[in-house]
Design a binder for this molecule. Structure first.
Ligand code: NAD
Ligand code: MG
Length: 386
């Protein structure tokens, strides 16, 4: 009995693969509507055949001929380009997993929100950029936004059965990334290869660099601000190198609830897919005796200023979070291309933020315009000084 339908936006990525691994293990419970990727046609076609998807979309139009060829002899529809991506998301599914990386995922995620249903959100950049524009659309269309990001999924679970009005503080845990113990001098020389080697999690390149700069925690701070309306002053960050406690909620009576689990994204993805029920996963159970110690320490915003920038951006409000995200996407890409050094990533984000670019976005088109302008300014500022 195929009881629920699912669309995976960003099916060929790290979150997409973890999602489809779970669907594969519960194959007869799910019907796959749409699977999308940027350009990996062969990989996407193989997934489409395996999961008997209705439609597959590559956002890069140049990849369409290869996609069509790889699907020859099937009845699976194939399409390409940004508009086709939005149309596929707008087909609606009981659950849409938003797992595209970056603000590129915003428009299709909004199209899915407009259909109602469950949005399992991994694509934090979309929520950071759109903020109230997205949460208002969720409310207007009666959609359910379930966080897949492990910290936010943990917080969501710790809030179940409680009134958010009794929350004293929400604490996001951070692994601290691969450079947690590096000096500023070492950070200046950090290479892309070193930055994408995360100690605890296996993830796409962009979020791995974000973890290394701690901009990931900055983005997550803003993500939490929108998902859990307790106010900026009640949101905290703590470094927890083992990544076992995924986040915590402290209540007014002094009780702190935490969610613990292995560092495997299939746990929070499964939580979102099955919510409010639970489903089996192949994840290794937590062996706390083997882990032995869970440690915590305050973040160091001198070496890792990204969380300070994010807090300032969310307090400033308006276009600042979208500008911050766009500038970061450009800077991370430049770092991965060896055009700028590691510490220039966050410096350049700060420089673009200081331009005070645009008024507060009030609709999707405004957010997309702010994103485009911030990207253009970030690219200009990235030009080598002659
Ligand atoms: P990834 O790079 O592994 O995969 C990204 C997916 O998006 C791929 O399917 C790719 O084809 C597609 N894509 C890339 N650029 C696109 C574009 N311009 N237009 C349309 N599609 C495009 O990334 P990931 O690690 O799976 O992360 C996906 C999202 O989930 C990110 O927002 C990330 O912050 C978030 N997230 C990831 C993890 C993790 O463990 N990987 C954890 C928490 C949150
Ligand atoms: Mg996270």
């Amino acid at each position: 009995m195929k009881s629920r339908s699912i669309t995976v936006l960003g099916a060929t990525g790290s979150i997409g693969a973890s999602t489809l691994d779970l669907i594969r293990r519960h194959r007869d419970e799910w019907r796959v509507v749409a699977l999308t990727a940027h350009s990996s046609a062969a990989e996407l076609a193989a997934l489409a055949r395996e999961f008997q998807a209705e439609i597959v979309v590559v956002s890069d139009e140049a990849a369409l001929p290869a996609l069509r060829e790889a699907l020859a002899g099937t009845t699976i529809e194939a399409a390409a380009g940004p508009a086709a991506l939005i149309d596929a998301a707008a087909r609606g599914a009981d659950v849409t997993v938003a797992a595209i990386v970056g603000c590129a995922g915003l428009a299709p995620t909004m199209a899915a929100i407009e259909q109602g249903g469950v949005i399992a959100l991994a694509n934090k950049e979309a929520l950071v950029s759109a903020g109230d524009v997205m949460t208002a659309a969720v409310a207007r269309h009666g959609a359910t936004l379930l966080p897949v990001d492990s910290e936010h999924n943990a917080i969501f679970q710790c809030l179940q059965g409680n009134d958010i009005a009794h929350v004293h503080a929400i604490t996001l845990t951070a692994s601290g990334g691969p450079f947690r113990d590096w000096s500023l001098e070492q950070l200046e020389k950090a290479t892309p290869v070193e930055a994408v080697k995360h100690p605890n999690w296996s993830m796409g390149a962009k979020i791995s660099v974000d973890s290394a700069t701690m901009m990931n925690k900055g983005l997550e701070f803003i993500e939490a601000y929108h998902l859990f309306p307790v106010g900026v002053e009640r949101l905290r960050i703590i470094v927890h190198p083992q990544s076992i406690v995924h986040s915590m909620v402290e209540y007014r009576d002094g009780s702190t609830l935490a969610q613990l689990g292995p560092s495997d994204m299939r746990v929070p993805i499964a939580s979102a897919l099955a919510w409010p029920a639970r489903m089996d996963t192949p994840c290794a159970p937590l062996d706390l005796a083997a882990i032995g110690q869970l440690t915590f320490r305050a973040p160091d915003e001198t070496r890792f200023p990204a969380t300070r920038l994010a807090r300032a951006a969310v307090i400033e409000g308006g276009a600042a979070p979208a500008v911050m995200n766009a500038a970061n996407e450009i800077a991370v890409a430049a770092f991965l291309n060896s055009q700028i050094g590691f510490t220039r990533i966050v410096q350049s984000v700060e420089n673009v933020l200081s331009l005070k670019l645009a008024p507060a976005p009030t609709c999707l088109e405004d957010v997309i315009a702010v994103d485009a302008e911030a990207r253009a300014r970030a690219r200009e500022m990235m030009e080598p000084v002659r």
